[in-house]
Design a protein around this ligand. Structure first.
Ligand code: UDP
Ligand code: MG
Length: 139
């Protein structure tokens, strides 16, 4: 697989409120290629592990609870410069600070319920893609 991929998650708030379709349409329109996709509900332990980089921060426990509160849609997305380009497309963590037209500006409801995750580095994209997908689930 090309190194130019990122790991995205449509978060429980967005799935719950019917935003998955519109978000996928934006991702498609921007030219990102879906090379893996699945819907799943994270266990508490899985959410703790995925976000272990944030362990100890004030928002960690509530983030874990939120991310395991309902189904999410995880994806590997391919695109030249995927990590950086996708971070641009999703916008700032805090939707109040996100640029107009970004996915978080359009669909987030709070800093925590900010609709979507995108890997923050090539190294983390690799780790996060391996977290969700086995080799035979990646195209
Ligand atoms: N988050 C939160 N409170 C905060 C900061 C972050 O609940 O004060 C949540 C939010 O859902 C965010 C996730 O924790 O997307 C991971 O935080 P990070 O700083 O890595 O932001 P991201 O990389 O997702 O923009
Ligand atoms: Mg992050």
């Amino acid at each position: 697989m090309s190194d130019d991929f990122t790991l995205a998650i449509i978060k429980p708030d967005a799935v719950r409120t019917g935003k998955a379709g519109p978000i996928l349409a934006i991702i498609n329109e921007k030219g990102f290629e879906i090379s893996a996709i699945k819907m799943l509900k994270l266990t508490t332990a899985q959410a703790e592990s995925f976000y272990e980089i944030h362990k100890g921060k004030a928002f960690y426990n509530s983030l874990v609870e939120f991310m395991s509160s309902g189904p999410v849609i995880a994806m590997i997305l391919r695109y030249p410069g995927a990590v950086e380009e996708f971070r641009q497309l999703i916008g700032a963590t805090d939707p109040a600070k996100a640029e107009p037209g970004t996915i978080r500006k359009l669909f987030a409801v709070s800093v925590q319920m900010n609709a979507i995750h995108g890997s923050d580095s090539v190294e983390n994209a690799q780790r996060e893609a391996d977290f969700f997908f086995s080799k035979v689930e990646r195209f």
